[in-house]
Design a protein around this ligand. Structure first.
Ligand SMILES: O=C(O)[C@@H](CO)OP(=O)(O)O
Ligand SMILES: [Mn+2]
Ligand SMILES: [Mn+2]
Length: 513
């Protein structure tokens, strides 16, 4: 890239996905792993812990962090109210119950004797959805006497402990009983309904179950979630049996469909797939969602997302500083789209490198994933004098952490330690500083107490703080202590300062050094 501004001092920003901090214990994969390099830099270089969950990053209090929020806030340099918080505020203020679009959909369904379909992840994991948001939707439908209200329940096992799906379905049934309306139409694992890896065959299976009732017919649908063979995440698409062994519910022309996940990335394939299928089969339906989606299909959101401009991407563009963004496919959107504040606009000051590991790995057997390719790409960008900032996400710790397999996650952490060592060495040779930070916790807590107090495997996120550490760069940094009590909102101001720039005017975080 020619004509770009010369950086104050170039650097590398590494997001170690799922890298949280907790005291050593038998469920802390990061403490059990041999990570001599990460241990040494955290002991000898400016280092600290940052808040990456709850209100500090724009989430509801005591809510675990997540990759979207983590990268949004790292990029924005300020806490932004996340979609889950905006939906909760809308419900608590009464605005959701009185929402014109929600009432219009319900009134239309009632007057035309049509059905309302409520589709979403049924747990209280608060990363993609919150089951408790269903209550106001059911109450509004009941108030309008919508003749048929169907709930298409997606089972979790990833944001919450596995083996809990039946418990959450019982909660759905209580919500429907309280509202006096609603019946379960389908029960489908999130592995099918919320795939985002391009496995359209999985999406299709979910679409056909929800739209056409094609799936495992069950007279008692909750059974589908009781001890599923492959866990809650992989409950096979199951549909409620009606009379004569036909499905009780299908989606008909003029029905209304409302998606209650507030996070877009894992419902995008489902929504677009369903919209295409309904259109192809001549069914015109109302499509709406609790929060704004990034879908191809026109889906009317009941709440709009907060703006996130003025972040790191805008400041780098303003200073004409080139950044190279690198990640495996699982986290590529995070170091580009989310870090840029959900702004898809291509920029001359950015190059994007999407690494696709050579096979669809069973992460437990390949805890290193495509790390070697990511490290190669980071090191090659770091040797370029026109690159002010290399930004990379090392996905292993989180992606393998989600398997709930402690041993595999220990190995993922050890691979990540070696990767960071190599990147820091090349950065040092090139006179670059390196800032490594987690985006939320995961691997530091791989066990969770079950209802009977016994430890259960847990692959979800945590509310723990995340480590941050800076190596190399100008002498004055090496000896500096890092400010205490920071959050992810302080990362962008710190990066800009290390690059020799002031924090952006829209940023509310402050440099940690
Ligand atoms: O996999 C996902 O979609 C979520 C967990 O549900 O994790 P992350 O926020 O790290 O993407
Ligand atoms: Mn993450
Ligand atoms: Mn995750």
């Amino acid at each position: 890239m020619t004509g770009l501004g010369t950086p104050g001092s170039p650097g590398v920003l590494l997001v170690l996905d799922g890298w949280g901090h907790a005291p050593p214990d038998r469920g802390n994969a990061l403490a059990l792993a041999r990570t001599p390099f990460l241990d040494s830099i955290r002991a000898t270089c400016p280092a600290g812990l940052l808040q990456a969950s709850g209100e500090a990053v724009g989430l509801l209090p005591d809510t675990v962090g997540n990759s979207e929020t983590g990268h949004l806030i790292i990029g924005a340099g300020r806490a932004l109210p996340y979609d889950s918080l905006l939906v909760r505020q809308h419900i608590d203020s009464g605005a959701m119950r009185g929402h014109p679009r929600l009432n219009e959909m319900c009134a239309a369904a009632a007057s035309a004797d049509r059905a309302l379909h409520l589709v979403g992840l049924c747990s209280d994991g608060q990363i993609h959805s919150d089951l408790n948001h269903l209550g106001v939707l059911l109450a509004t439908a009941a108030a309008h006497r919508v003749p048929r209200v169907w709930v298409h329940a997606i089972t979790d096992g990833r944001d919450v402990a596995d083996g809990t799906a039946a418990r959450y379905l019982a909660q759905v049934e209580r919500l429907m009983a309280d509202a006096g309306t609603g019946r379960l139409a389908t029960v489908i694992g999130r592995g099918y309904a919320m795939d985002k890896s391009g496995r359209h065959d999985l999406t299709e299976a979910a679409v056909l179950a929800m739209a056409d009732g094609r799936g495992l017919l069950r007279h008692r649908l909750r059974e589908a979630a009781e001890n599923p063979e492959r866990g809650d995440e992989w409950v096979p698409p199951s549909v409620l049996a009606g009379t004569g062994d036909r499905p009780a519910a299908t989606m008909a022309d003029q029905d209304a469909v409302l998606f209650f996940n507030f996070r877009s990335d894992r419902v995008r394939q489902l929504v677009d797939g369903l919209a295409d299928h309904l259109e192809r089969t001549g069914r015109k339906t109302w499509l709406s969602s609790l929060a704004q989606y990034d879908t191809r299909a026109e889906v009317e959101p009941l709440t709009r997302r907060a703006g996130a401009s003025g972040g790191l991407a805008d400041e780098l563009e303003r200073a004409r500083l080139l950044s190279v963004r690198i990640a495996e496919r699982e986290k590529f959107e995070h170091v580009t789209y989310y870090l840029n504040g959900r702004d898809p606009r291509p920029r001359a000051t950015e190059e994007h490198v999407r690494v696709v590991a050579d096979s669809a790995p069973d992460y437990r057997r390949r805890p290193q994933m495509g790390l070697a390719q990511v490290v190669d790409a980071v090191c090659s960008a770091a040797t370029r004098s026109d690159v002010a900032l290399v930004v990379a996400n090392l996905a292993n710790i989180d992606v393998v952490g989600h398997t709930g397999d402690l041993g595999a996650t220990v190995r993922a952490a050890e691979h990540t330690d070696a990767a960071v060592r190599r990147i820091a060495a090349v950065a040092g040779e090139q006179g670059r500083w390196m800032l490594a930070v987690g985006d939320h916790g995961n691997a530091e807590q791989m066990l969770q107490r079950g209802p009977d107090g016994a430890p259960l495997p847990y692959g979800g996120h945590t509310t723990n703080p995340v480590p941050v550490v800076v190596t190399g760069g100008a002498e004055h940094i090496a000896g500096r202590a890092m400010a205490e009590g920071g959050s992810l909102a302080d990362v962008a101001p710190t990066v800009l300062k290390l690059l020799g720039r002031e924090p952006g005017p829209a940023m509310e975080g402050s440099p940690l050094l």
